[in-house]
Design a protein around this ligand. Structure first.
Ligand SMILES: [Zn+2]
Length: 51
């Protein structure tokens, strides 16, 4: 499982890498539209912690 704390305070998690990336992109699109689409999969995973 992967997890990341967004700077806004929300913790984003995912059971798999793919699910995590989808969840991060969904959070960015809904909460931070100015950041949506700015990060590719590799960049998102590089910020994730294995939990
Ligand atoms: Zn956020």
């Amino acid at each position: 499982m992967k997890a990341m704390n967004c700077p806004c305070g929300k913790q984003i998690t995912g059971d798999t890498d793919e699910e995590f990336v989808v969840n991060v992109n969904e959070h960015l699109a809904s909460a931070h539209p100015e950041m949506a689409g700015k990060y590719n999969t590799e960049q998102i995973l590089s910020r994730a912690q294995e939990v």
